[in-house]
Design a protein around this ligand. Structure first.
Ligand SMILES: Cc1ncc(COP(=O)(O)O)c(C=O)c1O
Length: 340
């Protein structure tokens, strides 16, 4: 492909700068405001979805894409099973966007087992598993995951992304530190944001940089969580896990490893980075993974010691009301009497 002319590059740069400027403006609108004067109008962007900063940011991104001649890549309709290739609008494409690593999604044995389970248990527990009860397949799946990681127990949740958000958001708070590889997935970042903990990143796979940071920072916080991925999906490399374990032990921190892309493809039997390095599963405090990649389903898991899994199972769903140190102004109160 011919490289762009100087004016073409300049135009791209100008569009990019204009976009960044508009996005910053839209973001600035999310900042806190003081209470309004008694007689003033309530601004439209406090009660209209089309005026909310997130919606405006999206329009800016779409417009920018149009200027670069790029259509929205989101929510494309694929007409078959996700594999090395895919079909969109009747046309075959090479598929770089999904992770059916072992071809289990669409595999006849998996499809048959899913059909049998549906016939036996229906398609839902018809409420939350917490209160309405679970089915034997839930227990079997969690026990199998715990065995693979060599830990006491595991819990599966309904989304991989939400597993990170919920777990990190629930376990950590304003007195804690979350320290992560600079390439960590968005779900861990959102979890850290929800937790209210201080967040710092270190250079990709650089355990010496992490050690140095912890030497400076550890004593300013209560709990410290280090978050890594077992295999980085976009770069295809992985951390030197034994080195990271030694550092977390030295600083009395907790270590979480996101196995979204290592489970199923790393190690002799595909049991992930634990198998790759032949380490004791208990040396990692929180094993996390998704069910949507190799496992051909939907959801996520956390595996670890019983004390972690037991209270995650019961309390993590209540993360928002459990949040300690929430500013008083944000707490919920009821005004007035309930009708008899
Ligand atoms: C490293 C990592 N963690 C978590 C997730 C979220 O998993 P899911 O897409 O199953 O919600 C992803 C998704 O791509 C991921 O790449």
């Amino acid at each position: 492909m011919a490289s762009k002319s100087l004016t073409g590059q300049l135009k791209d740069q100008l569009i990019r700068q204009a976009l960044e400027h508009k996005l910053k403006q839209a973001e600035a609108e999310t900042q806190d405001v003081n209470p309004l004067a008694l007689n003033s109008d309530i601004p439209e962007n406090w009660y209209r979805f089309d005026q909310l900063p997130g919606f405006k940011q999206l329009q800016i991104i779409y417009k920018g894409g149009e200027q670069f001649g790029i259509a929205s890549p989101f929510f494309r309709v694929h007409e078959g099973i996700a594999g090395a290739t895919t079909r969109i609008n009747g046309k075959e494409f090479i598929n770089y966007a999904s992770y059916n690593y072992l071809g289990l999604s669409g595999h006849p044995v998996v499809a048959e087992a899913a059909k049998r389970a549906i016939e036996q248990y229906g398609t839902s527990v018809s409420a939350s598993r917490l209160v309405s009860g679970e089915r034997p397949v839930h227990r079997q799946l969690e026990a199998e995951i715990a065995t693979i990681y060599g830990v006491d127990d595991a819990v599966v949740m309904v989304s991989g992304h939400a597993t990170n958000v919920t777990t990190i958001g629930y376990l950590f708070g304003a007195n804690d530190l979350i320290i992560h590889d600079e390439l960590i997935h968005n779900s861990s970042l959102v979890g850290a944001q929800l937790s209210g903990a201080k967040r710092i990143s270190f250079a990709h796979n650089d355990y010496a940089a992490l050690d140095k940071l912890l030497s400076q920072q550890r004593r300013h916080y209560q709990k410290v969580l280090i978050v890594l991925e077992g295999l980085y999906s976009m770069d295809g490399d992985y951390p030197n896990l034994p080195e990271f374990i030694a550092i977390k032990q030295k600083h009395k921190a907790l270590l979480m490893v996101d196995e979204a892309h290592s489970f199923g493809v790393m190690g002799k039997r595909g049991f992930g980075i634990r198998e790759q390095f032949n380490i004791d599963g208990k040396d990692v405090d929180i094993w996390m993974g998704t069910l949507s990649k190799t496992l051909a389903g939907c959801g996520g898991f956390i595996a670890g010691e019983s004390a972690l899994i037991e209270h995650l199972k019961i309390f993590s769903a209540w993360v928002f009301i459990q949040r300690r140190n929430a500013p008083a102004s944000r707490s919920v109160c009821t005004i007035g009497a309930r009708a008899a």
